[in-house]
Design a protein around this ligand. Structure first.
Ligand SMILES: Cc1ncc(COP(=O)(O)O)c(C=O)c1O
Length: 555
C-alpha cells in the first residue's frame, strides 16, 4: 500500500501529466478526435440522432451530484463521453436535420477551434489577447462594412481607435440585442445638466428627468424572445415591449405601429427603440426596414435591426435588396453561429455611429484603463474567448462569393421545398419562404376542400385536430431519427387569424439535396398511416361537412 505521502506525490505527478502530456493517437480520445475530424464514421453526417433513448433514461447517467474524490484516467472519462454524450447527441450537421437554425460547419472550423482553445486568449483586454484584439476589431469592421458600406476613408479612422469600437462581439444574438437596447437606453437617458445619466442615477431619476411615465420598445409579434429579456433587464418592463400585429406576410403592420406610437404618446411613454426584424425566427420574413427607419426618424428614437438570422443575405447580389434600409439602422444584430457557419457562441452587434458604444463604457483600475484599446470596456460580457478568429476564418476562407453561394442555395432550396409542398395534394403551405425558412402542415386534400365549406366553428374544431396530428407527426419523425423538422404555432390569415400548429423548415445546410427534401416529405406521408393519426383523421372526417374520399389515401 502506498503511504499517504506517496499517494499525494503520485496524484500530483498525474496532475502535471494532465496539463503537459498529450493523448496518444491510438487512445480512445485520440480515436474519437480522429473519427470526428475525418468524419470517417459518417456518424455526424448521416443520422439525426444516433440512438433513441428517452430523456428520462439519459438523465439517470447524470444523476449523481457528488464531485468525484479522486482523479480518473482521461481514457476512462473519454469512454464515458463516447457512450453517454456522443452517442446521445443531436447531430445538427445531418443534412436531414432541417428544423432549426443550427446546421453543418465547414470542416476547417474544427482544427481552428482547437488552436483557439489551445491559445486560450481572453478578449476582455489586450494584455491577455494581443493580436486577437486587432483581429476582432477587423472582424467588426468587415461586417460593419457589409451592413453600412462606409467608404475607404472611414474604416482606418475607427477600426483600432482606443475608446471606440464599431461593435461588440459577444456570445450570440440575445446578448447582441440586449447590448443594442442598453446603448439606446443610455443614449436617450444620457448625462445632461442636472442629471448624471441613467447609468449613474438609475431609471426612476431618468424618467423624472425625461418627464415621462415609462420607456417602450416596439417590435412585431414575430420579434425574438430575447427582446423580452432585454426589456426586463433594462428596467423598461416586459409590458412596455409593445408587440405590434403583423400583415399576412408576417411583417410588422405599419398602421398598427403608428397607432401604438400615438397611444404611447398619450400615455406619456417614450419610445426608446423600434426594432425591425431581418429574418424572423419562425418564418424568415423581413420587416419593411426603410419605412421603419422613417418612423423612427419621425418620432426620434433608436432604430435597431435584428438581423441575427438574415444578415448574411447581404452577401447575395440577388437577394440583398430584401434588406434594403438596414444601412439606416442605428444598430444591427448578427449571429455568426447561424449563417456565417461558425460554431456555437458567436454573435455581434454593430453600430452605425462608431462612438455609440461609449454610452455603456466601463472602466476598471486594474484593466480597461482609460485610453486603452481593450474591447472589454464596451461589452456586456467580461472574459470572452477568441471566437472572432473563427468568423475571421470563415470570411477569409469562404469569402464574399462563397457566402453568396451559400445564401442563394438556401433560398433556392427553400423555394424548391415550398414548390413540392404546394404540388402535394395533402400538404398545405402556410408561409412562403422569403429567405430560407418556410412553414407548412399536413392537411389531406379532402379536408382542405371540406374546410372551405366549413363554418368558423367547424374550422376551429378541425384545426385543433390538425394541430394534434402535426404534433404527433413531428414527434414520430424526431423519434425515428432519420430526418427532422421543427414545429411552431402561427396566426393564419387563411383561417381568420386563428393560431395553428405548423412544421417549420430551415434550409441552411448546403448538403441538403433535393433527394433529402423528398425523403422528409415521404417520411411524413408514411407517418400518417400510424394508428393514432388515422384515428384523428377519422375524427376529422366525421366533423367536417361532405368530406369525401378515404383517410388512407393520405400516403
Ligand atoms: C431573429 C433572432 N434574434 C435573436 C436570436 C437569439 O440568438 P441567440 O440564440 O444566438 O442568442 C435568434 C435566435 O434564434 C433569432 O432568430
Amino acid at each position: 500500500m502506498m503511504s499517504k505521502k506517496d499517494l499525494a506525490q503520485a496524484n500530483l505527478e498525474n496532475l502535471y501529466r494532465i496539463f503537459t502530456v498529450p493523448e496518444a493517437p491510438d487512445s480512445t480520445l485520440g480515436m474519437i478526435d480522429q473519427a470526428i475530424s475525418d468524419n470517417v464514421t459518417g456518424f455526424l453526417q448521416e443520422h439525426v440522432v444516433a440512438l433513441e433513448r428517452e430523456l428520462e433514461e439519459i438523465e439517470k447517467d447524470f444523476a449523481d451530484s457528488r464531485i468525484p474524490e479522486d482523479p480518473t484516467f482521461v481514457s476512462e472519462y473519454t469512454e464515458f463521453v463516447k457512450e453517454k454524450l456522443v452517442a446521445q447527441s443531436v447531430h445538427t450537421a445531418a443534412p436531414g436535420f432541417v428544423g432549426h437554425m443550427t446546421s453543418a460547419l465547414p470542416y476547417f472550423m474544427l482544427p481552428l477551434s482547437r488552436i483557439m482553445t489551445a491559445l486560450n486568449q481572453n478578449l476582455v483586454k489586450v494584455e491577455t489577447s494581443k493580436a486577437f484584439t486587432p483581429m476582432e476589431r477587423q472582424v467588426l469592421a468587415m461586417l460593419h462594412r457589409l451592413v453600412y458600406q462606409q467608404d475607404d476613408s472611414f474604416y482606418p479612422q475607427w477600426i483600432h481607435k482606443s475608446q471606440h469600437a464599431l461593435g461588440a462581439f459577444c456570445s450570440g444574438g440575445t446578448i447582441a440585442n440586449i447590448t443594442a437596447l442598453w446603448v439606446a437606453r443610455n443614449r436617450l437617458c444620457g448625462p445632461q445638466e442636472g442629471f448624471a445619466g441613467i447609468a449613474q442615477e438609475g431609471l426612476a431619476r431618468a424618467l423624472q428627468h425625461l418627464d415621462c411615465a415609462g420607456l417602450a420598445v416596439l417590435v412585431s409579434r414575430r420579434g425574438h424572445y430575447s427582446l423580452g429579456k432585454a426589456a426586463d433587464l433594462l428596467g423598461i418592463g416586459r409590458d412596455n415591449l409593445v408587440l405590434v400585429d403583423t400583415d399576412d406576410q408576417n411583417r410588422i403592420d405599419l398602421q398598427q405601429l403608428k397607432t401604438h406610437c400615438r397611444r404611447l404618446q398619450e400615455q406619456r411613454i417614450r419610445p426608446l427603440a423600434i426594432v425591425g426584424i431581418a429574418g424572423t425566427t419562425e418564418t424568415g420574413n423581413i420587416d419593411p426596414l426603410n419605412q421603419l427607419a422613417d418612423i423612427a426618424e419621425e418620432i426620434g428614437c433608436h432604430f435597431h435591426v435584428d438581423a441575427a438570422w438574415g444578415g448574411p443575405t447581404l452577401f447575395s447580389g440577388t437577394y440583398r435588396h430584401l434588406l434594403s434600409g438596414i444601412e439606416r439602422a442605428d444598430s444591427v444584430t448578427l449571429d455568426a453561429h447561424k449563417q456565417l457557419y461558425v460554431p456555437m457562441g458567436a454573435g455581434m452587434v454593430l453600430f452605425k455611429d462608431p462612438t455609440a458604444l461609449s454610452a455603456i463604457e466601463h472602466h476598471a483600475a486594474y484593466i480597461l484603463r482609460h485610453g486603452a484599446k481593450d474591447l472589454g470596456s464596451h461589452t456586456l460580457e467580461g472574459s470572452r474567448p477568441g471566437k472572432s478568429m473563427l468568423v475571421h476564418a470563415g470570411l477569409s476562407i469562404i469569402g464574399r462569393n462563397g457566402y453568396e453561394l451559400l445564401m442563394d442555395l438556401g433560398i433556392e432550396r427553400a423555394k424548391q421545398f415550398a414548390g413540392k409542398v404546394q404540388q402535394h395534394p395533402d400538404f398545405e403551405l402556410i408561409t412562403e419562404p422569403e429567405l430560407n425558412i418556410l412553414t407548412y402542415r399536413y392537411n389531406p386534400a379532402w379536408a382542405q376542400t371540406a374546410l372551405q365549406q366549413a363554418s368558423a366553428e367547424q374550422q376551429n374544431q378541425a384545426n385543433e385536430l390538425l394541430d394534434q396530428i402535426i404534433r404527433l407527426m413531428q414527434k414520430y419523425q424526431r423519434e425515428a431519427g432519420k430526418t427532422f423538422v421543427s414545429r411552431t404555432r402561427l396566426r393564419s390569415a387563411r383561417y381568420q387569424q386563428k393560431i395553428i400548429t405548423v412544421f417549420r423548415v430551415v434550409l441552411a445546410n448546403p448538403l441538403t439535396t433535393e433527394e433529402i427534401i423528398n425523403a422528409v416529405l415521404k417520411e411524413q406521408t408514411e407517418l400518417v398511416l400510424r394508428d393514432e393519426i388515422q384515428d384523428l383523421l377519422i375524427a376529422l372526417k366525421a366533423m367536417l361537412p361532405s368530406a369525401a374520399g378515404s383517410t388512407r389515401s393520405a400516403g
